[in-house]
Design a protein. Structure first.
Length: 174
């Protein structure tokens, strides 16, 4: 059975934008290496990783919620509809065998924090988790200092400069 990588990121990038194309490459690389992808199922990064994965013949699962009044990505191979944002977050985490955090705003920050805390508090088993980009490097480095002071588990989130190195890390974990 294929592993599923849940990918979090901004809904803003459009086809042709560097962030969109990078996320599409990530989906393609994962799909070519026998991984399915899971995302929030709408526009931007979610659409891009779904596009890349399906181009490689992989599944693209979208976990949607009707509060956004948006159409799901045309590249989804399946959709799981949730009633609340928190139900959606729980399902995105549940479905992932690994997690990748791409560029995003406060929603993506919430997703990163929830995955990180769930792993650190043993609410879920430890799974590979990676973040891409300089913004996350800074946030994660700052949080790691506090986590270390609290004598909790550090090193749970790996940081990468590009999606290719990130994908290599996820692939190597399995």
């Amino acid at each position: 059975m294929k592993k599923t990588v849940t990918i979090f990121g901004s809904s803003i990038p459009l086809p042709g934008d560097a962030e969109y194309e990078s996320a599409s490459r990530l989906g393609l690389i994962l799909g070519r290496n026998n991984f399915n992808v899971c995302s929030g199922g709408f526009r931007g990064i979610m659409d891009a990783v779904s596009k890349g994965a399906t181009e490689a013949g992989a599944e693209a699962i979208g976990v949607t919620v009707d509060i956004f009044n948006a159409r799901p990505s045309e590249y989804l191979t399946s959709e799981i509809k949730c009633h609340t944002l928190f139900e959606r977050l729980e399902k995105l985490i549940e479905l992932g065998d690994a997690y990748i955090i791409l560029n995003g705003g406060t929603g993506t920050l919430l997703e990163l924090a929830l995955v990180w805390e769930s792993i650190n508090k043993n609410l879920i088993t430890q799974k590979p988790c990676a973040a891409v980009g300089p913004m996350w490097k800074g946030i994660i480095a700052g949080m790691e200092k506090q986590i270390e002071r609290e004598r909790r588990n550090t090193g749970l989130i790996k940081c990468f400069d590009d999606v290719e190195d990130c994908a290599d890390y996820i692939i190597e974990c399995f």
